[in-house]
Design a binder for this molecule. Structure first.
Ligand SMILES: Nc1ncnc2c1ncn2[C@@H]1O[C@H](COP(=O)(O)OP(=O)(O)OP(=O)(O)O)[C@@H](O)[C@H]1O
Length: 281
């Protein structure tokens, strides 16, 4: 995308290794996204989607790379209005304790955004009288979404947090996010493995493979139409993932280690990330 000044998200030369001197989990990534864009990140397990989102959220320190949101360095000058929602949140013991949902939401500022909060409570079908320790995983996820989305965000980073929603709630939530992004010019990056019902959501789609972009964020669907038929996100993702598997098997045949082999001597993402994660965001 042109004109860096117009970009909400600007990433230059981002390389990241989970293990010092280990193989890079992200490898020389550069991309720019405009305000109001909604980008779906497609990639096989281990492609680097979560790592990229965590870095954009300022959760992992990276040296020697330019990572800016609204012109501000995500680590040294935290930009306001950035909301990250990942799956780790639900494992925090605090959000599994005996606390009533209304009290919980107020403790993270729900009373300040009453109108948005009530709209989200309705879409997500959350009961303010629920107790956080006595609800299902999907219900807890709905509370997380309500909490994370009620303050108006400029940039929303979603890491597979719709996976345990029922299909109706997911559909209504995605409609809300799309309309909110259009109305306020807010930017979304959304990593997911579920492509059903998502065709009209993105403005851009990107394909990550082994820590790089195999397809950089590209306008959807116009950047993908080669013939008379409009592509579906599901078919596009399926084709990309098949290509990835072929690519990985070819590398393995040549005796080269493909990305994804985890170093058991270092903590897992859940272990490290969970410690750093502030449950209120
Ligand atoms: N703690 C860790 N130590 C070493 N490597 C790690 C660690 N956590 C993640 N990685 C590696 O980083 C790479 C990217 O992982 P990441 O979690 O970002 O992938 P992903 O695309 O989000 O996968 P998924 O779809 O399974 O969530 C993988 O190769 C993974 O093995």
């Amino acid at each position: 995308m042109s004109g860096l000044a117009e970009c909400t998200i600007a990433v230059e030369c981002l390389t990241y290794c989970h293990v010092p001197n280990g193989p890079p989990s992200l490898d020389n990534i550069t991309f720019h996204l405009r305000p109001g864009s909604r980008t779906i990140l497609v990639g096989a397990n281990g492609a680097g989607k979560s790592t990229l989102l965590q870095i954009l959220a300022g959760k992992r320190l990276v040296k020697d790379a330019e990572i800016r949101i609204n012109g501000r360095d995500v680590f040294r000058d935290s930009p306001p209005g950035v909301t990250f929602l990942g799956t780790e949140w639900a494992m925090n013991p605090v959000v599994r304790s005996d606390i009533v949902v209304s009290t919980f939401l107020d403790s993270v500022g729900g009373y300040k955004y009453k109108e948005r909060r009530d709209k989200l409570l309705d879409i997500l079908d959350v009961d303010l009288d629920w107790h956080m320790h006595a609800i299902s995983d999907g219900e807890r996820r709905r509370i997380q979404l309500c909490m994370g989305l009620m303050a108006p965000w400029n940039v929303l980073l979603l890491d597979e947090v719709t996976v345990d929603l029922d299909v109706m709630v997911r559909d209504e939530l995605l409609t809300f996010l799309r309309n909110d992004s259009i109305a306020r010019g807010a930017t979304i990056i959304y990593a997911t493995h579920i492509f059903d019902g998502l065709n009209s959501f993105p403005t851009h789609v990107a394909h990550m493979r082994f820590g790089s972009f195999a397809t950089e964020p590209t306008a959807w669907p116009s950047g993908f139409t080669n013939g008379p038929q409009t592509p579906t996100l599901y078919n596009t993702a399926l084709q990309w993932l098949r290509e990835d598997r072929g690519y990985r098997r070819e590398l393995e045949k040549q005796g080269r280690k493909s990305r994804g082999a985890r170093d058991e001597t270092v903590p897992s993402d859940s272990e490290t990330f969970y410690k750093k994660y502030d449950y209120s965001h």
